[in-house]
Design a protein around this ligand. Structure first.
Ligand SMILES: C[S@@+](CC[C@H](N)C(=O)[O-])C[C@H]1O[C@@H](n2cnc3c(N)ncnc32)[C@H](O)[C@@H]1O
Length: 348
């Protein structure tokens, strides 16, 4: 992490300024240390150069959001996780659903040190070197540097998304739930001039991978990957010109909180641009009458209660309730799925 980015940060618990303590610098990077909130109550580690400004219990390996909402710590397919909902029945599922809680309690300092565990650090070092390992069947590239950050990738929807973002000529960019950063790296590589671009994800391994890729781009000094829960952003109000989120809504529990935070960190006139599946649950097989499957209306009920993404119109309605004004929208069909790309602006 570069010291210059500190001035844009705030504690996600109390909103105060963080101060850098016990740190070590290697080159221009803070390689390790702590960000201690001015109150002295909340602190966040910088591990192998990555600031993990996140509640310890939000640091996650990937889980289907329905499992997250049900408190089931098992990695499985969306279909299997929907099956669980069916087995429980809608009333049972609703009674287990834990709502996303506000982030007011101090973090548990002691727990953080488990992330300095040798096993975790070794995995992180591996990722920091740019080598992608088989990760919940998400392995695609042997090495991140193999990726070409080209604009005309042949994916019409991605190109549209990228074009919209680039036309806005943003100087300060935040990419929510960046994963390993296909959007952010393409954006940074094709943007003419940026002040800074940040990527955030609660999967801490993604942050090392993303930084590896960002470091290989011409804007490396102005980019940073943070371990962050998108529902509790550690950035100051009115900071960004552009907030993006690429195909991640279906993986996040707490989308209305995500929208509220995106609104807060955008400057007036700033844009939120999102690309996502329009209707993740449209397939008929969720609607079979077999006892282990669940009806569409119950999925909808559960998504509403658990603040999960259900469909584009409801999401759009949320965005408008929060204060966003809808601008352009585009719809695409890809691999038998419908997607939207939509731009909202923060106008007060
Ligand atoms: C489909 S991937 C993102 C792809 C990425 N946007 C891109 O352009 O390549 C979805 C990501 O959402 C992240 N995620 C899910 N819930 C999150 C949360 N509450 N806070 C931060 N990241 C979250 C997951 O860790 C995962 O990396």
């Amino acid at each position: 992490m570069k010291k210059s980015h500190l001035r844009y940060l705030q504690c996600p618990v109390c909103g105060r300024k963080p101060v850098l303590v016990d740190h070590r610098i290697s080159g221009s990077e803070i390689s390790r240390g702590k960000l201690l909130c001015e109150t002295g109550l909340h602190f966040f580690p910088i591990v192998l150069g990555r600031p993990l400004i996140i509640k310890d219990n939000s640091i996650a390996n990937w889980l289907p959001p329905i499992n997250k909402a049900l408190g089931i710590n098992i990695q499985e397919s969306y279909q299997d996780s929907l099956g669980r909902l069916g087995e429980m029945g809608i009333e049972g599922a609703l009674s287990r659903n834990e709502k996303v809680k506000p982030c007011r309690k101090p973090f548990n300092d002691e727990n953080y040190f488990k992330y300095y565990d040798r096993k975790i650090l070794n995995k992180a070092k591996y990722r920091k070197s740019g080598v992608f390992f088989n990760y919940y069947n998400r392995m695609r590239f042997k090495k991140y540097s193999d990726l070409k950050f080209i604009k005309n990738s042949g994916n019409e929807m991605f190109n549209k998304f990228l074009d919209i973002c680039l036309c806005l000529k943003p100087k300060k960019i935040l990419d929510l739930a960046s994963g390993s950063g296909s959007l952010l790296t393409s954006l940074v590589n094709n943007a003419k001039e940026i002040d800074f671009a940040y990527g955030v994800d609660n999967d801490i391994f993604c942050t090392w991978s993303l930084q590896y890729r960002l470091d290989h781009l011409k804007n490396a000094g102005r980019t940073e990957a943070f371990g962050v829960d998108v529902r509790y952003l550690p950035f100051k109000d009115n900071l960004f010109d552009l907030v993006t989120c690429n195909v991640s809504l279906t993986e996040i529990q707490g989308i209305s909180q995500l929208l509220t935070e995106a609104f807060r960190v955008l400057r007036t006139g700033g844009r939120l641009v999102i690309c996502n599946l329009s209707e993740p649950f449209k397939s008929n097989y969720y609607q079979t009458e077999s006892s282990s499957w669940i009806k569409m209306k119950d999925i909808k009920k559960f998504c509403k209660a658990a603040d999960l993404f259900f469909d584009f119109p409801r999401f759009n309605q949320f965005a408008e309730q929060i204060g966003f004004k809808g601008n352009k929208e585009f719809f695409f069909s890809r691999n038998n799925n419908d997607y939207f790309v939509k731009v909202w602006s923060k106008t007060i």
